[in-house]
Every structure is written in C-alpha cells, then in structure tokens.
Design a protein around this ligand. Structure first.
Ligand code: NAP
Length: 247
C-alpha cells in the first residue's frame, strides 16, 4: 500500500491525532501538508517527523474558520505540491461545560471550528478532491457524535453533524470516483484528553473493553487505509476506532 505522489492535507496536524496521521501518511510516501493555527514550532516538528518517516512535508499556518486563510493555504499548497488528492478535516477544539452553563459563544466557537472549518476546507479543496484520481475526503468525527457526552453538547452536536455532511458529499463526489468517509475515534491519548479530569478519565477507561485509551497511531492507520486505493469501494461510512466502546 503506497501513497507515493499523493498530496494529503491534514488540518490541525501540529500535534495529537493530526500529527500521527501526517507521520503515517509520510511513512507511506505521501506529500503532506501540515496545517496549524498557532503552534508553529510543533508544526515544524511534525514536518521533521514526516520527513524522517520518508515523506515530504510543508507546514502552513491557516485558521480553518477563516476562508481567506484557507484560500491562502491553497495557493501555498498548489505552489509546493500541486492539487490536493486527500483532504483530512481533523482540526478541533473543546469547550466543555454542562448545558445549563453553556454560553452561546461556547456553542458557536466549537461548531465554528468543527463544522465551519470542515465546510470551508472542503469547499476550498473540493475541486482538487473531485478531480483527483480517486480523491479522498476524510472527516475526523468522534464516538461522542454517536453517544453524546456529559458536558459536551456543543462538541457532540458538531461531531454528529459531520456524519450527515460526509454522507452527502459521498453522494456528490461518487460520480467522479472520489469518496468521503468519517473516522470516529474513541478516547485517544492527546492534549485534548489531558483536559479531562482524572476521575472522569478513570470512569471512561472502565467503559473500554480493550482496557486502554486509543493511541494516535490507532487512528492514523485507519486514516492511511481510507486514504489509499485499498478503500476504493468504501464511501459514506463512519469507521469506529474506539476499543469496543460501542459494544
Ligand atoms: N483526543 C481524543 O480523545 C479525540 C477523540 C475523538 C475525536 N477527536 C478529534 O480528533 C481531532 C484531533 O484531536 P486531538 O485530540 O489531536 O486534539 P489536539 O491534540 O488538541 O490538537 C488539535 C489540533 O487542531 C488544531 N486546531 C485547532 N483549531 C484550529 C483552527 N481553527 N484552525 C486550524 N487548526 C486548528 C490545533 O492547532 P494549534 O496547535 O495550532 O492550535 C492542533 O493541531 C479533533 O477533531 C477531535 O475532535 C479526538
């Protein structure tokens, strides 16, 4: 399985799951665009990891909630690598609080990054993915989009919204032979999980049949499969990577 000569853009890949995906795609020969919002140093570290793994990479700053930023990113990417074959909408944030305390600003901010960012990036790179030979749109959702989660009304809503978007784009891209799929990670060891209180993490762990949190590599390997030609006949799906939490 090789991604030689494929250009893959991973939004929010300065750290966490995005960094893991970028590295794994690089290991399989891809040209990787490492996008970040503010973590410039860590983004360049991701570039080094991709290069060490055997791929080529550039880091591009762009806030995915800004269409101007993403259009500028497209110019940089086209100049460096040409059109994008694989777009991975991964950038994400949390602003957790019980619904009774949630402000409209906390609601809007989270939906804006996950859904607004996915809309803008997909829109800006739509023609690239559609016209690519077997283009791929891969959206990183969450088990929380299926199950809901205490204190995450904004985040759960955003992650559910990704399912409908993905299925619709799958239908619209299909005539060109390109696919759209979601990956729904369970609880994965990154900075995002670090924000969860220790007692809550212990309770979550008890709910995971495989008895461990996911690693970024667990998620990255699934994304690499979806990015490859081996997944040609899979579209509009949600692939769960959650250690059996749904069982
Ligand atoms: N960790 C989990 O347990 C888990 C489970 C299920 C799903 N997910 C999903 O997986 C994705 C990655 O999560 P993670 O745990 O790796 O998070 P993370 O470690 O907090 O990293 C988030 C990444 O998103 C970037 N980002 C945030 N807002 C952005 C924006 N407006 N524009 C561009 N980049 C932005 C950050 O860039 P900067 O560093 O520059 O801010 C960073 O690279 C998210 O969509 C998350 O919802 C995570």
């Amino acid at each position: 399985m090789t991604l030689d000569d494929r250009t893959c853009l991973v939004t929010g890949s300065s750290r966490g799951i995005g960094r893991g995906i970028a590295t794994e795609l690089g290991r399989n020969g891809a040209n990787v665009v490492v996008n970040y919002r503010s973590s410039e140093g860590p983004a360049h570290e991701t570039v080094e990891r991709v290069e060490d793994a055997g791929g080529e990479a550039i880091a591009v700053q762009a806030d995915v909630t800004s269409e101007d930023d993403v259009l500028r990113m497209r110019d940089v990417v086209h100049e460096a690598f040409g059109p994008v074959d694989v777009l991975i909408n991964n950038a994400g944030i949390t602003q957790d609080t019980r619904f009774v305390n949630m402000t409209k600003e906390e609601w809007d901010t989270v939906l804006d990054v996950h859904l607004g960012g996915m809309f803008i990036s997909s829109k800006v790179f739509y023609d690239d993915v559609r016209e690519a030979e077997e283009g791929r749109l891969i959206n990183i959702s969450s088990i929380v989009g299926k199950q809901g989660n205490f204190g995450q009304a904004n985040y759960a809503t955003a992650k559910s919204g990704m399912f409908g978007f993905t299925r619709t784009l799958a239908l619209e891209l299909a005539p060109e032979g390109s696919t759209a799929n979601c990956v729904a990670p369970g609880f994965t060891a990154t900075d995002m999980l670090e924000q969860v209180p220790e007692q809550v993490k212990e309770n979550i762990l008890e709910e995971i049949p495989l008895d461990r949190f996911g690693s970024v590599e667990d998620i990255a390997c699934t994304v690499r499969f979806l990015a490859s030609e081996d997944s040609s006949y899979i579209t509009g799906e949600v692939i769960d990577v959650n250690g059996g939490m749904d069982l």
